[in-house]
Write a protein that binds this ligand. Sequence first.
Ligand SMILES: NC(=O)c1ccc[n+]([C@@H]2O[C@H](COP(=O)([O-])OP(=O)(O)OC[C@H]3O[C@@H](n4cnc5c(N)ncnc54)[C@H](O)[C@@H]3O)[C@@H](O)[C@H]2O)c1
Length: 389
Amino acid sequence: MGSTPRTIRIAMNGITGRMGYRQHLLRSILPIRDAGGFTLADGSRVQVEPILIGRNEAKVRELAELHGVAEWSTDLDAVINDPTVDVVFDASMTSLRAATLKKAMQAGKHIFTEKPTAETLDEAIELARIGTESGVTAGVVHDKLYLPGLVKLRRLVDEGFFGRILSIRGEFGYWVFEGDVQSAQRPSWNYRKEDGGGMTTDMFCHWNYVLEGIIGKVKSVNAKTATHIPARWDEQDQEYVATADDASYGIFELETPAGDEVVGQINSSWAVRVYRDELVEFQIDGTLGSAVAGLNKCVAQQRAHTPKPVWNPDLPVTESFRDQWQEVPANAELDNGFKLQWEEFLRDIVAGREHRFGLLSAARGVQLAELGLQSNDERRTIDIPEITL
Ligand SMILES: NC(=O)c1ccc[n+]([C@@H]2O[C@H](COP(=O)([O-])OP(=O)(O)OC[C@H]3O[C@@H](n4cnc5c(N)ncnc54)[C@H](O)[C@@H]3O)[C@@H](O)[C@H]2O)c1
């Protein structure tokens, strides 16, 4: 008790980007630092010390000055090989990720990374293998599982609320502007296949851990992808051909730990307008009850409270179906999901243990995206083989 705080030095690559800056630096590491670190079970404190890394010297220096970060660099390799650095974090472009993570783990650094870990399954498996061999603690962003809405949904599963779970359906997406009149609200590389973009690549790695984390194993995939908007305008107002899919409609066969079969279905689209309460929503239907969860909110309906609608197209709807659901309380303080996972990961490092969401889970995410695209190309359902290292 009362000992000098231990400091974890975290090299942060890609912090000029959307995710790196907003979620990881601004919402996670800086608040942890500004709170004086976090407290371990024995009462001692652990502090964090970010080192900002980027290609553009002026931008990185400006961010460092703005947020009172003493160290920054444009030389990623030098920082990776700096013996005083404990963790290498990566939120840079997807296509650069595998090489950075590999170098970092081979230099003995713990890693924390955005998804996907790699562009191909082979690379993702190789990373998982290197992670196991090097013995470092590896964490991959599984942010959706830390969202209040999904935490509540998972709690309902654990409480047996649903009875036998029959199906889960997800609806994700919103309109991403083309960029000609109104600027696009996502980076242009997301819409170019050659730059690692595409809805299936981007989101199926999330859906894999969401489905695994809430229901169970994903046994098969059948996906139909589309490029609904064929041309977009980039950050320089130049028109470009959208070579990647901007929507992906997937059906998944799932298996619960008890061996029950569950049907999963998730629509993901950047060419859809939102008539929902949140940008992503999941509905689980079970024999004893159903629930709908978004990022924050979760509502549920028990069997005993289930109305009995009768199909009659000749009459207007007389009941308000949405009002027949009850809100599920949080019953706990639920902080930013990225920050919660960072803290858990940092605690794992101090304890010298594995993080529960590591490179193998991430590889299964890459696998689901790869097989989803293959399923679309071959117009068939594909069984998902177990990955062995
Ligand atoms: N967890 C999530 O919910 C979530 C959401 C969106 C994106 N992501 C992932 O986060 C990562 C970053 O996505 P983003 O939306 O922040 O993208 P972004 O384009 O805003 O940021 C990318 C970062 O990479 C850097 N970069 C770009 N080209 C580079 C190059 N040639 N060399 C070196 N650095 C380069 C940029 O300067 C920037 O710092 C992606 O891998 C993406 O899949 C995760």
